[in-house]
Design a protein around this ligand. Sequence first.
Ligand code: 13P
Length: 253
Amino acid sequence: MLMPRKKFIAGNWKMNTTIDEAVELAKGVVAAVGDCTDVDIAVCPPYTNLVAVGEAIKGSNIKLGAQDVHWVEKGAFTGKVSCAMLKAVSVEYVIIGHSEQRTYFGETNETVNKKTKAALGAGLKPIVCVGETLDERNDGKMETIVEAQVRGAFEGIERDGALTCTIAYEPVWAIGTGVNATPEQANEAHAFIRRILAEIYDDDFAQSMRIQYGGSMKPGNAKDLLGQSDVDGGLIGGAALKADDFAGIVKPA
Ligand code: 13P
């Protein structure tokens, strides 16, 4: 018997919040949904705010996530942060391969794979992001792109490790644009990702893995998106920056 997939809502705060703002936001999230056990919840503040946010969410059901990680253990990599550094400040989840990393900072399917392997090796739980651009969708390439991203991310990763990952399907055209994928578009893409996972691993694996949707999810559209059979949660950008809005997405989940 397969366990039903528990919904998972994560807030990606991106490059927002100073430490004071982060603590205030984290406290707001704790007050609003900190005792919720029906849904897994995480917040992913910028690196500089991880410790303070970790303190603010302590004792609640909110978990801590980071927005990226480097795959090398330590050394001369100016500006980078390692898995061990994240573990040392009680980070549990790490976002890997966000489209903003891919677009602006040279992230490739290969670096996503290296980061995912390193994170798993360190006991972090990766949230692996995939998704096509508007041009790619209009050219009928959504499936080709997403398949390459999924296969690339999990290349050489054994089943048990891969099962601790979450995939976030984030169509680039929906991120920060106010134009979310329709529930049907999201569900179709998620079902497609599950078919790829069944090919890489097996059917049970594909049915067990959680796939979040990300891209302009907000309280007003969360219920419909989260009501889809293959949508297991959300990776929230803009709406994660207000505790009430974030809570308004967690509640329908
Ligand atoms: P928005 O919710 O602001 O569209 O961002 C989504 C996202 O990129 C989450 O990682």
